[in-house]
Design a protein around this ligand. Structure first.
Ligand SMILES: [Mg+2]
Length: 224
């Protein structure tokens, strides 16, 4: 008998084309709090936990960020994302990839560093009902990526050992979190990170986007 495997997906930049909308939402939030930060520096941090994100901002900018300010930034970002998020669409092949896994009887889940307040917009664009699919958001775990908690919670909910699971993500934070819980990390280029960066963060394979992964699914354990 073969060990059952599962696929655990990041959401932003992996299944939906939302990285730049998040970057602009953070830019708007930071501007409103008079924190001056170049857009590319924000981009590099998308996908990590919001708490870690603000810690890094503190280090890089030298601004004082008290807990109230951090809370305001989160709310301002979520508010901006309700506008920018309206332009979010599924990445090529995302819906077909999830449908293929379902058709093949392979369990899958979504695990995102975002909170449900922003993730709900992305899930709606994918046509996913979070009451019917396993979705682990930042609200459900103590620490987000690059800690492995989100992926561990997803595997636990699916009832599949994390060591038999494949983690699919677009950022180095996904790959580092996958390596830390001994899941197999697969990187996608559609969130803006380069192949070399993802491989240095322990990506086992790198594909362009969900369609490219779907075309090679049998090479990465996507067989019942
Ligand atoms: Mg991502």
């Amino acid at each position: 008998m073969r060990a059952q495997s599962s696929f655990i997906f990041d959401l932003d930049g992996t299944l939906v084309d939302s990285v730049y909308q998040h970057v602009l939402s953070w830019k708007e939030a930071l501007d409103e709090e008079n924190i001056d930060l170049a857009v590319w520096r924000i981009h590099r941090k998308i996908g990590m936990s919001g708490g870690l994100f603000t810690n890094q901002l503190l280090r890089e900018t030298g601004y004082e960020l008290d807990p109230e300010k951090i809370d305001r930034l989160r709310i301002l970002h979520a508010r901006a994302y309700t506008r920018y998020g309206q332009s979010v669409r599924p990445l090529p092949g995302a819906k077909a990839l999830l449908a293929a896994l379902t058709d093949n009887g392979i369990p899958w889940a979504i695990a995102t560093s975002g909170r449900m307040e922003t993730a709900a917009i992305n899930l709606a664009s994918l046509g996913i009902d979070p009451d019917k699919v396993t979705v682990i958001t930042r609200d459900l775990v103590k620490y987000a990526k690059p800690e492995p908690d989100l992926f561990l919670a997803a595997a636990d909910r699916l009832g599949i050992p994390i060591e038999s699971s494949v983690v699919v993500g677009d950022s180095i934070w996904d790959m580092l979190a996958a390596a830390r819980c001994r899941a197999l990390g697969i990187g996608l280029l559609c969130g803006g990170y380069g192949a070399a960066e993802l491989q240095a963060a322990h990506a086992y394979r790198v594909f362009d986007d969900p369609q490219d992964l779907l075309d090679h699914l049998d090479e990465v354990g996507g067989r019942r």
